[in-house]
Design a protein. Structure first.
Length: 156
């Protein structure tokens, strides 16, 4: 899905200034324990699946929607694995954002991974021991989701 309308409306007022936005991301695992990742079209890098929460939307519903929109995989959120603040991000168009991310461990329940929108160049499962190069905060999200400690991670 492209930039949500509420963000477009904000951008009309503030231009490229920094926005702090609510987001979700999913550590999607299949029955083999592999992690679903996308290679993003905006930066060309591998990343966990995620996106913005729409106004009035519950975070768990947002992650189910985002995963399906980007990968055609249907998921069931299992648990919240952590709450994180992303690094400051400057998009290719100059927009600046930072996200407060609620991360869910999700179980794949249907669908085969494919590029389902224009936000991905590639989507596929990886063994957690053979992940492609990822941003450090994405690696941390995966590590925390795959731990046997089921407490949600947060930094103080």
């Amino acid at each position: 899905m492209p930039v949500p309308n509420f963000v477009k409306q904000l951008r009309e007022k503030i231009g490229h200034d920094l926005l702090l936005l609510p987001g979700v991301s999913a550590i999607v695992t299949n029955d083999a324990g592999h992690v679903l990742l996308q290679r993003r079209s905006d930066f060309g890098t591998w990343a966990v699946i995620g996106g913005m929460i729409e106004p009035g939307e519950e975070p768990a519903n947002a992650i189910v929607r985002e995963v399906f929109e980007e990968t055609a995989v249907r998921v069931e959120p299992i648990r919240i694995t952590g709450v994180y603040t992303s690094p400051l991000i400057t998009y290719p168009n100059g927009d600046r954002a930072q996200y407060v991310i609620t991360v869910f461990h999700c179980r794949a329940v249907g669908g085969e991974p494919c590029m389902n929108d224009d936000e991905s160049l590639e989507v596929k499962y990886f063994s957690p021991h053979e992940l492609p190069e990822l941003r450090a905060d994405h690696k941390l999200r995966i590590q925390q989701a795959m731990t046997t400690n089921h407490e949600a991670y947060f930094q103080r």
